[in-house]
Ligand binder design. Sequence first.
Ligand SMILES: C[S@@+](CC[C@H](N)C(=O)[O-])C[C@H]1O[C@@H](n2cnc3c(N)ncnc32)[C@H](O)[C@@H]1O
Length: 432
Amino acid sequence: MSKPQPKAESLAATISQNTAEISQYLAAQGLPELSFAPGALPVLDLPPHLQKARAELLDATAELHDLVTGPLSYLVGLVSPTHNILASIKFINQYQVASKIQADEEVSYEELAQRCNVQVDAIRRLLRLAIAFHIFRETSNGSVSHSAVSRCMLEMPLVNDWIGHFCDEVWPASPHTVDALMRWPNSEEPNETAFSLSQSSNPTLFGFLQGTPAKAERFTNAMKFLQAAPETGVSHLLKDLQWDTEPVPKRLVDIGGADGAITTAILRHFPTMTAVVQDLPNVIESNKVPHDLEGRLKLMSHDMFSPQPLLDADVYLLRSVLHDWSDKYCIRILRSIIPALKSGSKVILNEVCMPAPKVLSASQERLLRGYDLTMKQLFNSKERDAKEWESLFAAADTRFHIRRITCSPGSVLSVIEAVWTEGSTVTFEESL
Ligand SMILES: C[S@@+](CC[C@H](N)C(=O)[O-])C[C@H]1O[C@@H](n2cnc3c(N)ncnc32)[C@H](O)[C@@H]1O
């Protein structure tokens, strides 16, 4: 019997084969090769048949890297010094360093320090760490220029809003995770979290955002950025709603719908529908209905813990909303919709549905386990698995019946469709 191939060699073979597939595709399409050079593609948008090759490649390269590092160095490397890259990114974001260098410009550290109004020693040290992670480049004469990564910061304003929100509100909570667990074990309260320990002005994230309009606007933009990301993009939702093959609902209410971007995409895709987007007053006040949707889309201030006032919708959508709340509060949110439900009404969630450990690729697993911990740190909430979603609906009311959970390839969000199985006594009311 022949000896099995050593793990490292089999990973190298996987890497070689999948890299060749992707490179051949790029060459055949006349697309630039994979690179961090300034002209490189900011997003590697591969067709569905290459998604598997990409996932395998990401996992195999990460595993081979970790193996070759060796267990002890790997452990040490997880702890230090990679944590400092976030300090460097926060600096770049705060001083808008990317916008201080034009796309094709080379700038000395001295000149850049002047443009950013910071010390030259500080900017050199912080940027040199970033450069080691492909953010900016240093030329042979010691000037700074853009890389493909820093060009994203220059050309995509929403990514800066997401980075700013992450560095200012999410990241500072993380070191308080263990302290919060020790201080408030088993808490389901949004004001007893790692975030609460990291903030002096307001113990809850949404309370903090309501009191800080500029941060609230940045948060909405950060959500908009995530809506455009390949793994959380709205195209997956449009497919997983399955309304291209099933009857299209007439009226939709998007609860916690932020700026309405998701519902806007839904209405443009399904032109017979009308919708209302509900959110907190500070969010609704800063948004507008797009011209092409006037008469079909309405924005409405509504606290989702109060009884749902729109009684005639076919679908109540909550996208990335319930993962912000512990079970106790999710049950209240779901119950607040009940007065509006009639037999056959749907409550549709677009949320992570956590698979069991080791079902996902390693890179997906790391991403989703990270999301789950972030929910704990910010809200005392979590990313739920199918059983937890079922228990949640059952605890809210046994008349909710989960009809299906669907997740198209490449998406991290599932459509979880619950149907209300008994008529309510509430009368019809025109909502638009
Ligand atoms: C994570 S964001 C998701 C936004 C949007 N659904 C999306 O998918 O991009 C959660 C939203 O819930 C809203 N929200 C928080 N508390 C709320 C409340 N009590 N009533 C209504 N909306 C609320 C926030 O303002 C925010 O827009």
